[in-house]
Design a protein around this ligand. Structure first.
Ligand code: LCV
Ligand code: LCV
Length: 257
């Protein structure tokens, strides 16, 4: 599910689960975490996270087959997607998301959680909780808010529409867009520049920026109120309908209950 390569302090992780459009399942996330641990052990200085060259779908997001039935929080602390985002944010070296094709849901958050994004001009990014009636979690929404701004985060989350990479780059959400043919060169030129700098300084700045970006106060009362509101959503008929419709390959009919 993941190809791994390391050369000159630069590691490459390639999502390789085409049959499921690189949907992020528990097994893949476990392999991802194991790979990052091995990179840490050998002092990797930059990681490139990519899919197979020429892919139409970079990743279809959270593996919908692994979403829990109604009644359980689909994005709880131990959920594979939550673990994946934490692994990316706490890895001591920069991770560059190299994107071509379409990016969906949890994979969009995964790319946004990476330190840098280099995308092919025709790549698209879609935030999909509203497509499935999933109550996204506080930390996940913060990833979108830190990567974008409130206006764009709301557009992405409320419309669930695929947004072109060029537009996101013009808004500063993506670092660079290139023609697909130049994607490798642009990404690895940046990776090499990072790997040639001082790893200790970079890792401590990455950790400081993670802490600063997450430094938001929320009262226990507000947090509990939000968790209660989220529980209503994942207990709803609409939540079950969202998953059922995906499995039956039809458009969901949401009734707001
Ligand atoms: C499991 C899949 C998936 C998949 N899981 O190929 O952000 S949140 O809150 O929404 C979060 C919970 C989340 O990330 O949820 C997942 C959100 N992702 C999506 O809504 C995208 C769902 N997938 C699609 O819309 C299409 O698969 C795309 C447009 C990505 C690719 O379309 P394409 O026609 O190329 P298929 O749809 O035929 O998919 C090929 C196989 O992969 C499975 C899909 O069920 C199909 O399996 P079968 O061959 O058994 O029919 N698949 C695709 N996405 N996220 N399985
Ligand atoms: C002392 C200097 C300096 C200098 N200090 O002229 O942001 S942080 O965390 O990095 C923070 C700690 C910080 O701000 O660190 C400094 C970061 N600055 C740099 O890395 C730039 C270092 N300087 C250079 O790269 C070159 O000097 C530039 C490109 C700025 C100019 O090049 P140029 O060929 O025109 P020289 O390098 O010949 O410099 C002329 C004289 O100024 C000294 C330098 O050592 C040289 O002294 P000598 O004539 O005695 O050899 N100099 C230059 N920058 N930051 N001294």
């Amino acid at each position: 599910m993941l190809q791994i390569d390391i050369s000159d302090h630069i590691a490459t992780l390639t999502l390789d689960r085409e049959s499921r459009r690189n949907a992020l399942c528990e097994e893949m996330v476990h392999a991802f975490a194991t790979a990052l641990e091995s990179f840490r052990a050998v002092g990797v200085r930059c990681v490139v996270l990519r899919a197979c060259a020429g892919c139409k779908v970079w990743s279809a997001g959270h593996d919908i087959e692994e979403l829990p039935a109604a009644g359980l929080d689909p994005l709880a602390w131990r959920d594979p997607l939550r673990k994946l985002v934490r692994e990316i944010e706490t890895f001591p070296a920069p991770i560059i998301a190299m994107i071509e094709g379409s990016v969906w849901g949890g994979a969009c958050e995964t790319a946004f959680a990476c330190d840098l994004i280099v995308a092919a001009r025709d790549a698209t990014f879609a935030a999909t909780p509203a497509r499935l009636n999933v109550p996204y979690n506080v930390g996940g929404l913060l990833t979108f808010l830190n990567a974008a701004n409130l206006r764009l985060a709301k557009e992405m989350l409320f419309t669930a529409a695929p947004i072109p990479a060029e537009r996101l780059c013009s808004l500063g959400i993506i670092n660079h867009v290139t023609d697909a043919a130049d994607l490798d060169d642009a990404t690895y030129a940046m990776a090499r520049r990072i790997a040639a700098n001082a790893p200790l300084s970079i890792s401590v700045m990455k950790e400081q920026l993670r802490i600063l970006a997450g430094a938001h106060t929320m009262s226990p009362e507000d947090f509990e109120r939000i968790q209660g509101l989220r529980r209503v959503v994942y207990n709803s008929q609409d939540y079950a309908e969202g998953i059922r419709a995906f499995k039956e390959k039809r458009k969901p009919v949401f009734r707001g209950e």
